[in-house]
Design a protein around this ligand. Structure first.
Ligand SMILES: Nc1ncnc2c1ncn2[C@@H]1O[C@H](COP(=O)(O)OP(=O)(O)O)[C@@H](O)[C@H]1O
Ligand SMILES: [Mg+2]
Length: 320
């Protein structure tokens, strides 16, 4: 077999607007044991439709003047009708992550892909998402992004208490808290080390909070439920992967409106939206466009993956 045998010659697969029932849906994932990925697979298979786990790292692309196609390690076309993205995978290698998103973008050209790759990129970028939130007039903590150590030091003085985050980060990793009560030399050496490692500093005003944050799940402009994530003692990050505890949270109108607007601002069809209760009201911390559904299932019994799969089918069938 040569590469050209695996080109997709099935025209049915490349019309996203047609009203045919999907035959095979790809779930983009990295961890085959992940709860959310498996819930997606199960909910699709329950409908009698094939669901194929796909790790983007196993795909290759062939491109020439006359041809373009994607193939797997067996040199075969994936023959997909739609894609649901659970997890693209973390990578700090620019070419690797860029190629993964380019694969998703070209899939989107010929089939339904949710979330849209652009929405995932917008959401995962803690600077650009804040820019979109600002344009949408949503409440966000003051944030400074700078290449300059001096600017960073002045920012800590101004904020009093600040968190320094990676622009592309998740699961509470790489976030540190700095206070202007710390000696300036200590602050300068910590910031200089971070600047050397990251090339840019993202500093955000610390929002004093009641020892928890709120994750609201939004699917198709509807808030399905929310959990508080209680801080583990001694920690200021509430991520479940860092010892936070999920507890049922009653949705208020303010939470619903903010979470729905935030998901919309980045273009996400489904999202886990992180909010924090400041002294004067809610602040938006981030939108996760590849959220885990496990915490809300455990704390509230709500299966967001089912609603996401329903939305995918509504899209495929042209109803949405
Ligand atoms: N400005 C802030 N003030 C107070 N706590 C914060 C702030 N930013 C983040 N946190 C805490 O850190 C956690 C992780 O921050 P977040 O911005 O959501 O990054 P990640 O993508 O790593 O989850 C939040 O869920 C919250 O508990
Ligand atoms: Mg978060």
């Amino acid at each position: 077999m040569n590469f050209h045998d695996c080109r997709n010659q099935n025209p049915k697969m490349h019309n996203p607007n047609q009203n045919t029932k999907a035959a095979k849906i790809g779930i983009v994932l990295t961890d085959p044991d992940d709860w959310t990925a498996n819930a997606f697979l199960k909910n699709i298979r329950k409908r009698g439709v094939k669901a194929l786990p796909i790790n983007l790292s196993t795909l290759s692309a062939s491109i020439s003047t006359s041809d373009f196609f994607i193939f797997n390690a067996d040199l075969k076309d994936l023959e997909l009708d739609a894609i649901l993205v659970r997890d693209v995978g973390i990578s700090f290698a620019l070419e690797e992550i860029s190629f993964k998103f380019d694969l998703l973008r070209q899939f989107e050209n010929s089939m339904i892909v949710i979330n849209h790759p652009t929405a995932i990129q917008n959401a995962s970028n803690k600077f650009f998402s804040f820019y979109l939130f600002k344009l949408a007039h949503l409440p966000i903590p003051r944030t400074i992004v700078t290449f300059e150590l001096e600017v960073a030091l002045k920012t800590i003085k101004k904020f009093g208490s600040a968190v320094v985050k990676p622009i592309f980060g998740s699961q509470g990793e790489g976030i540190i808290k700095l206070e202007n009560t710390q000696p300036e030399s200590e602050l300068a050496s910590k910031l200089a080390a971070l600047l050397k490692e990251r090339g840019v500093l993202y500093l955000q005003e610390f929002v004093p909070n009641p020892g928890r944050d709120i994750r609201v799940f939004v699917v198709d402009e509807e808030a399905l439920g929310a959990i508080y994530r209680l801080l583990r003692s001694g920690s200021f990050v509430s991520n479940l992967s860092r010892g936070g505890t999920p507890v049922k949270c009653k949705l208020t109108e303010e939470m619903e409106e903010l979470a729905i607007s935030a998901a919309k601002a980045v273009g996400a069809d489904f999202a886990g939206v992180d909010l924090i209760e400041g002294e004067e009201g809610l602040f938006l911390l981030e939108v996760n466009a590849t959220p885990s559904g496990k915490g809300i299932k455990l704390a509230c019994g709500i299966d967001v993956t089912k609603r996401i799969v329903d939305l995918l089918f509504e899209r495929i069938e042209g109803k949405k």
